[in-house]
Design a protein around this ligand. Structure first.
Ligand SMILES: [Zn+2]
Length: 185
């Protein structure tokens, strides 16, 4: 069994008109997060964190923002699809930790609902999902209330993967190419 760690980051700009979708829940108010999908920066950062842990690509490659099929898409559904990609590789998320950097909304009253929603999408108990909120102390674009940022770290567990002979050969060939470039005058 191996444990792998991935990190994800996302940010979205606030736009007029609520509700704001964050961590899979709808927060009433007068702003939402602008984006091609529903703008759920927590779900996007978590999706990138688990894909990163699996070295299985990223959310932009899985769900192109050029594809009209993804317009207004439910980001928890995208997260579930990424979990499915991991399952196909013999991997599964084990734990997620999220930090949201925003002046507004304050997350405390929504934290438990977010943990529950994310946990269902990840196939985990809520005790394996952490959501924390920070302000940016009024500094920069977050401080001016232009948008919010989100960081996620995920651990993923699965059967230990043997290093295939062809991967070693590919790595050696790439290393040899780099060496050849370096020797060029
Ligand atoms: Zn996003």
């Amino acid at each position: 069994m191996t444990v792998r760690i991935g990190v994800g980051y996302d940010s979205h700009r606030f736009a007029p008109g609520g509700p704001l979708v964050l961590g899979g829940i709808r927060i009433p108010g007068d702003v939402h997060l602008a984006g091609h999908s529903d703008g759920d920066a927590i779900a996007h950062a978590v999706t990138d964190a688990i894909l990163g842990a699996a070295a299985a690509g990223d959310i932009g490659e899985m769900f192109s923002d050029q594809d009209p099929a993804h317009r207004g898409r439910d980001s928890l559904e995208m997260l579930r699809a990424a979990v499915g990609r991991l399952h196909g590789m013999g991997l599964a998320p084990r734990q997620v930790d999220v930090t949201v950097v925003a002046e507004q909304p304050r997350l405390a009253q929504h934290r438990e609902a977010m943990r529950a929603a994310l946990a269902v999408a990840l196939g985990l108990p809520p005790s394996a999902v952490s959501v924390k909120g920070k302000t940016n102390e009024g500094m920069g674009w977050v401080g001016r209330g232009e948008g919010l940022a989100c960081l996620a770290v995920a651990t993923v567990e699965g059967a230990a993967e043997p290093i295939a002979a062809e991967h070693v050969a590919t790595a050696q060939a790439a290393t040899a190419r780099v060496g050849a470039t370096d020797r060029r005058p």
